[in-house]
Write a protein of this length. Structure first.
Length: 215
């Protein structure tokens, strides 16, 4: 695992170091980049200040170089932007031929970084992307060798709450997980969204059978 934090925000570094200490992550796997402190960044800023520098730093540390990697996960800490804004000035081959709804190029930072192993292949920024590990049942195959870096995030409304996620996860692993399950059903009985409601009902049944108070 590699851990990315916003070096412009001291709290972001604190969270990264706290996570690394509790999870025994080597210091060489902590990477700080000077990023803006907003939730949303432009496509140009994402490429110039986050994607390219991160790829270069991972390669320099022999953690990830294309599809050759010694890590499978990337943890983003509070303070790392979450959204990449759309860029109508970004002209890519084939974009003008795609259906209007598929010409969009805004994205989540997490999903863009999940494709970091494909960075050298210049993946397109619009339309539908093929998932190289779709329906893959072997967890070991979900790796940079197959074009995917698993991305997680330690985040929340505040740095304090984001840091608590680390402590609470460790506590749950030690003492066991307990609590209430809240399932948000819409009571849909027809149409395309009916399937989603039915799946949520099944989740509620599983939670009840597992002993969780389910609302």
């Amino acid at each position: 695992v590699a851990v990315l934090f916003n070096s412009s925000l001291p709290e972001s570094k604190t969270i990264a170091e706290h996570y690394a200490k509790l999870r025994d992550v080597p210091e060489n796997h902590l990477i700080g980049l000077p990023l803006s402190d907003g939730h949303t960044i432009s496509r140009r800023e994402f490429t110039a200040t986050l994607e390219q520098p991160l790829a270069a730093e991972l390669a320099r540390r022999n953690l990830l170089d294309g599809k050759t990697a010694t890590i499978r996960y990337l943890v983003l800490c509070w303070g790392v932007p979450i959204r990449v804004n759309k860029d109508d000035a970004l002209n890519e081959e084939g974009r003008n031929l795609a259906p209007l709804a598929l010409r969009r190029n805004e994205a989540s930072v997490d999903s863009e970084l999940a494709m970091l192993p494909q960075h050298g292949q210049s993946p397109k920024r619009f339309g539908i992307m093929t998932n190289p590990v779709f329906r893959q049942s072997d967890p070991k195959q979900i790796s940079p060798a197959n074009g995917v870096l698993m991305v997680a995030r330690l985040d929340g409304p505040s740095a304090r709450l984001a840091k608590l996620l680390v402590d609470r996860a460790v506590k749950a692993e030690k003492d066991g997980l307990w609590g209430r399950a809240y399932i948000d059903l819409r009571g849909i009985s027809e149409g395309q969204l009916k399937v989603g409601d039915e799946r949520l009902r099944k989740v509620a049944e599983i939670m009840r059978r597992s002993g969780f108070t389910t609302v």
